[in-house]
Design a protein around this ligand. Structure first.
Ligand code: 8YV
Length: 314
């Protein structure tokens, strides 16, 4: 029997591609020199899309796939997948929740500590011999014991909050609804949360409902010298307002893993020494990526075996 054909939108590790290739014919769109010609050749046979948080699947693409049965995302954020189109056409969408939560929360703290304690500079200070020539490096900024504000207290936001508790921090948050079972203080909007806290961390999910959620009003409400971290989506932030807050010193230090136009970034970000930048790498550990790949493959296998999907987005 012919193997079902899957359209693979972005690069995946061999430890996922190899087992998938045993059961499916993989059509690697990202390797096609002429994606248009590639789609024209294969579209009519594609039964599933395997995609990533940052790539997604558009209605225009899916319209071209008459035999499409499933969209499986290697990532938790499905904001780049046209779910309305999928729902209207009865196409299930799966993602990889939970398995990446703790790594993304680790990255929020890694960026926070790297920015506040100026780890990139410290590393250069030693490597470049500045230590021996000039002595100790300038003093940095304390992290523990501060007041952290979390925008979006979902799974990842709560994992960040648990870490904050370990750092002796007070935690407040904003989100669509209060979570009274959690011991943190609720504010209805980022603009209401911002002036209360020392550190603002964006953990909101992406998509139309959170577009520009941390807006100019929120950035202007921060106290001068605040810290900012984003491990969710660049789209959740008004980037022009973020850059202005950095220029004016309202944000003294920041750690950013995501950007509006990634992998391209506004070149202004790279001009500020008080920022630590990462290439959308928060879930990028071997352990978590293996777990994400396994879960994504479990979903695809379940679909073709007509079993319940382990993590269908509902
Ligand atoms: C990416 C993510 O999917 O889970 C998400 O929503 O954005 C990430 O984990 C990851 O970079 C894999 O491409």
């Amino acid at each position: 029997m012919d193997k079902p054909e899957l359209l693979v939108m972005g690069v995946l590790p061999d430890w996922d591609l190899e087992p998938m290739a045993e059961r499916y014919t993989l059509r690697l769109l990202y390797e096609a020199p002429d994606p248009e010609a590639f789609l024209a050749e294969h579209a009519s046979d594609i039964r599933g899309i395997v995609t990533k948080g940052e790539i997604g699947a558009s209605a225009a693409l899916m319209e071209r796939l008459p035999r499409l049965g499933i969209v499986a995302c290697y990532g938790v954020g499905i904001d780049a997948i046209d779910r309305g189109w999928c729902a209207a056409h009865g196409i299930p969408v799966t993602n990889t929740p939970d398995v990446l939560t703790e790594d993304v929360a680790d990255m929020a703290f890694a960026l926070l500590l790297a920015a506040a304690r100026e780890i990139p500079r410290a590393d250069r200070w030693v490597r470049e011999g500045t230590w021996a020539r000039e002595g100790s490096m300038p003093l940095t900024t304390r992290v523990w014991g501060k007041h952290m504000g979390i925008v979006g207290l979902g799974r990842i936001g709560q994992a960040v909050a648990r870490r904050a508790e370990g750092f002796g921090m007070r935690v407040s948050y904003s989100g669509r609804t209060p979570k009274p079972h959690l011991p943190y203080t609720y504010h209805p909007t980022p603009a209401a949360l911002a002036p209360q806290v020392d550190i603002l961390v964006c953990c909101a999910m992406g998509g139309p409902t959170t577009q520009g959620l941390i807006d100019r009003a929120a950035f202007e409400a921060l106290r001068p010298g605040s810290l900012f971290v984003n491990v969710s989506r660049g789209s959740c932030v008004d980037e022009a307002a973020l850059l202005d807050a950095i220029r004016t010193g309202r944000i003294a230090l920041a750690g950013l893993d995501v950007f509006r136009d990634e992998p391209g970034i506004d070149p202004a970000f790279a001009t500020f020494p008080n920022l630590v930048l990462a290439p959308h790498a928060a879930s990028g550990t071997v352990e978590t990526r293996k777990a994400m790949g396994q879960l994504m493959r479990d979903n695809v296998d379940a679909f073709f075996a007509r079993r319940p999907l382990p993590t269908e987005v509902t």
